[in-house]
Design a binder for this molecule. Sequence first.
Ligand SMILES: *Cc1c(COP(=O)(O)O)cnc(C)c1O
Length: 340
Amino acid sequence: MSKKVDIDWGNLGFSYIKTDYRYISTWKDGKWDEGKLVTDNKLTISEGSPALHYGQQCFEGLKAYRTKTGEIQLFRPDQNAKRMNESNKRLLMPEIPEEKFIDAVKQVVRANEAYVPPYGTGATLYIRPLMIGVGDSIGVSPAKEYLFCVFCMPVGPYFKGGMAPVNFIVSDYDRAAPHGTGAAKVGGNYAASLYPHELAAKSGFADCIYLDPATHTKIEEVGAANFFGITKDNVFVTPKSPSILPSITKYSLLYLAKEYLHMQVAERDVFINNLDEFKEAGACGTAAVITPIGGIFYNGALHVFHSETEVGPVTKKLYDTLYGIQFGDVEAPAGWIVKV
Ligand SMILES: *Cc1c(COP(=O)(O)O)cnc(C)c1O
């Protein structure tokens, strides 16, 4: 590595930083072009692009980690590629071959190697793949051209000064419809969540909890993260519903709880009026890894799990195991780690 960048690794947050290179590939006349790295971070697209009017777009999020020996690795990028293709199918966008997706991610990480934070800082390189429907169009129909882009930036650890529980409030709003696009990683779900998030934040909560849109009795998502709870008899439980975004972190924790911590696991309904069954709870996703849930405000009362200030022991163990795997300090299940 020759280039050096002037970044205070210890004080990074989660905000946009322009790195040197990004990848772009165009789909036209039924096929993807070669794709290439470019330096310009601006896209020039038609004002008629369906992504701008009708939300025909989707995205992904993953990270590159620097190990103790200085190597760079990705965590389950094949799962991101597969999930992007599920989103693509739902929005009538073309599939991106899994190898092309992973190759694009690797190219972007290599080209921006100087921006991959050093081991031990807790910071990582956040990678954002996206696809948008573009071209001259105005009627409500799928685009005739698409752009697949990948860019990246260094981000800090979610919790400076260590993991700490936060409180959430149950929202009266829904982020997705019962048979809508809840399971697809599309911008429309996020646009719908901005207002409920704002209300939760104004009331002093980290974010809101969305219940199932059909009956409003079961937990679905915690802001833009999945929910898990540890029952009093030590079962790792996570909600099951077709309108939840299938979090790769969540399914990884489910596997680790079973295979590494030898716990029982269950994917099933989690009723909002039965939170007493859990001794610990958390939210999980790529950005935060795990956010311990201190309490949930519902029906005028705050239900506290383990503690509002301390992280529960099972949550801590799950976090340490996953974090250790991502940074190369704990042996990973076969196929989870991809070297860049
Ligand atoms: C991306 C996302 C998650 C987390 O998924 P990971 O694969 O674990 O990063 C959870 N909920 C929503 C709504 C998301 O968009």
